[in-house]
Design a protein around this ligand. Sequence first.
Ligand code: CDP
Ligand code: CDP
Length: 224
Amino acid sequence: MTVSIAIDGPAGAGKSTVAKKAAYLLGYTYIDTGSMYRAITYLALEQQADPEKEEEILPLLQNLEIEWKQENGENIIYINRKNAADAIRTPEVTASVSAVSAHPLIRERMVEKQRELAASGSAVLDGRDIGTTVLPNAEVKIYMTASVEERARRRHEENKAKGMESNLETIQQEIAERDLKDSTREVSPLIKADDAVELDTTKLSIDEAVEKILEMVKERTFKA
Ligand code: CDP
Ligand code: CDP
């Protein structure tokens, strides 16, 4: 049977790390939907479009070709045939992505693409609206959370490990602002689906969180 796993939640909850590992262990495809919103945001900034104006960004979708390539065990995003793994994670893109992703027509196109990707086999998708909008019939739905302090600490550690300058307080503020924008927008806001299981990772290791997901998959697919 084809199984879809939806993992939603705020920034730094551990979604992508845990989703990637669970997908690897299950032999499923991992689909990082946040990277798609980051890709269009990157293109918008490059073309000097205003992130707040949907009419300026929408035409850019026609020139957006997103692909992923497996390189050294990593899923690398390519935008218009260029490796964009670092380009989509700059502080500038992070600061504008919530504004870009609040636009309804942009979301409509992204959701369409995400459903197409998910239809090709069993997959783990992570994002903000997977369980509520993209795949409301997903077999397993997780709403992953962690305290904002812990989420900021994780991002701070990540930056330091990359040799980037980082300020814990600023990160916490940015994360809180992005969460607020994502959860209060009109179209498919970040919200726990009624049938999603909440997984608080504040005190969980990556492997413990992965284990919980594998248990849920076993339970749900056995019953089905
Ligand atoms: O990795 P991080 O938690 O920082 O963010 P991300 O998953 O890369 O997502 C970046 C942004 O894209 C989010 O803050 C949302 O504004 C948007 N997003 C969304 O609206 N819907 C999704 N399914 C995924 C991401
Ligand atoms: O995708 P999301 O923004 O929800 O979070 P992430 O990028 O997967 O995780 C942010 C950072 O927290 C990464 O450096 C993970 O290695 C780390 N992490 C952790 O320390 N403990 C966990 N239980 C989950 C993630």
